[in-house]
Design a protein around this ligand. Structure first.
Ligand SMILES: [Zn+2]
Length: 249
């Protein structure tokens, strides 16, 4: 639309001046030069009007000069000055074009700078993604190992508890059978011995303590939460409360 629109659309967003064809550039420059050299244009028109009557160009030129001088007091020097005006306009237009080229160069260098910045940012983000991926994999393997550890600990605790429970049950069986029958089969099988030896220190320390009393020698600590009595948890090696679940840190 800039092509047909003429002067008013010159500033509209058409193809940029750097994208014009040689013919388009020449056409626009011709219009600039017509504005700059009105006298030249008038003279050429005058000459052309004589073309049918005066075929010889030199004679036609001379006739046109006379006519211009006669009609408007325009002389040869005025026409030459007008032509010189056209040349300087052409030079100015070339200079302006150079500015347009420089602007384009600036634009390109800022695009190059921006592309470098974007590349650096992309690398930064890629590094971050790599770090997050490492961290994620580490967390994943820790979680998996943790689950594995929990499973194994749970199993070990269950096995240990069952083993001890079996021992206590075996002990109870023996004791009950003993009192029912009145006989005295010595409680001497393996399970019994394990139980006895595992309780060895508790039994002896309780026995050695007070005379007949068990609680006198045992350290007493009140539960800070419920006021009940704290017990020493051997498994956790810390004090805890069986009533309310409190555990010392
Ligand atoms: Zn408590």
């Amino acid at each position: 639309m800039a092509e047909t629109g003429g002067k008013k659309n010159a500033k509209a967003k058409g193809p940029g001046v750097l994208e014009l064809s040689r013919e388009q550039i020449a056409d626009r420059l011709r219009r600039e030069m017509a504005k700059a050299g009105v006298t030249v244009i008038k003279f050429i028109k005058m000459m052309e009007s004589f073309r049918g009557v005066i075929p010889d160009e030199a004679k036609r030129m001379s006739a046109a000069l006379k006519a211009m001088d006669h009609a408007a007091g325009i002389e040869k020097d005025d026409i030459l000055a007008s032509a010189e005006q056209q040349r300087s306009t052409l030079k100015k237009q070339q200079k302006l074009f150079t500015h347009a080229l420089d602007d384009k160069r600036d634009e390109m260098s800022s695009a190059a700078k921006r592309s470098k910045e974007l590349k650096a940012r992309i690398e930064e983000l890629n590094n971050e993604v790599r770090e997050l991926t490492d961290e994620y994999e580490q967390a994943m393997s820790e979680a998996t190992n943790g689950e594995d550890m929990i499973d194994k600990a749970e199993k070990r605790m269950a096995e240990a508890a069952r083993m001890l429970d079996d021992e206590v049950v075996a002990f109870k069986d023996k004791l009950e059978n003993y009192s029912k029958k009145g006989a005295a089969p010595a409680p001497s099988d393996d399970k019994m011995e394990t139980l006895v030896s595992s309780l060895d220190f508790d039994v002896t320390s309780a026995d050695e303590g007070g005379n007949g009393g068990q609680e006198d020698s045992v350290e007493k600590k009140p539960c800070p939460r419920c006021g009940g009595e704290l017990a020493w948890y051997e498994l956790y090696e810390k004090w805890g409360c069986y009533s309310c679940g409190y555990q010392e840190e």
